[in-house]
Design a binder for this molecule. Structure first.
Ligand code: 5GP
Ligand code: MG
Length: 170
């Protein structure tokens, strides 16, 4: 799905992503889900629940691994990276909410390799907003969106757990 307007049914995007990941993992015995803090974490939790992979769920914080950490002057509220399964030989679905330049993904792959040698890593993002600066691609994406300069995506989880997604101008 490709959109340029700001009307998104984020729940529908989630269902699309879930279906893609489910199909992609068909027949894979040692699948695991790893969410990138913070936006990818709750998405990974939800995917793990819906895919019955709660025992194979981990989280990564890439704040200190980002190559532009110093440049951006980020003040990360650091959450622990937690990978409670054996990474060696696993097929890992790396999950983030939005894929942009690819730098966060690159950093997350570095972290995973600190823990072992996965058999395969695939990337799932709720939204791919283009703008890549590295050779990174989403294997699974709920939507691919074209933004105008100065725009970004606001992704919110409402009190009832439902997602909402809108385009914001600077
Ligand atoms: P990248 O590292 O690919 O440039 O950016 C992806 C990371 O930045 C993701 O962790 C994502 O949470 C965040 N991000 C980048 N662009 C947006 C955006 O437009 N909206 C939201 N909510 N997050 C974004
Ligand atoms: Mg993020």
């Amino acid at each position: 799905m490709s959109k340029t307007s700001d009307d998104f049914d984020a729940e529908a995007l989630y269902r699309t992503l879930l279906g893609q990941v489910r199909d992609g993992l068909a027949g894979v015995g040692d699948a695991a889900i790893v969410g990138i803090h913070s936006g990818g974490a709750w998405l990974a939790e939800r995917l793990a629940r819906d895919l019955d992979l709660n025992g194979r769920l981990g989280f990564i914080d890439v704040s200190f691994y980002r190559d532009d950490y110093a440049k951006k002057g980020l003040h990360p509220d650091v959450k622990p990276t937690h990978i409670p399964f054996n990474v060696d030989g696993a097929t890992i679905v790396l999950v983030d909410d939005v894929l942009f330049t690819g730098r966060t993904t690159r950093a997350a792959i570095n972290v995973l390799f600190d823990y072992g040698r996965p058999q395969r890593i695939v990337l799932a993002a709720l939204v791919d907003r283009g703008g890549r600066e590295l050779p990174v691609a989403a294997d699974f994406a709920g939507a691919r969106v074209t933004l105008k300069p100065g725009q970004s995506l606001a992704l919110l989880k409402n009190a009832d757990g439902q997602l909402s997604l809108t385009i914001e101008d600077d």
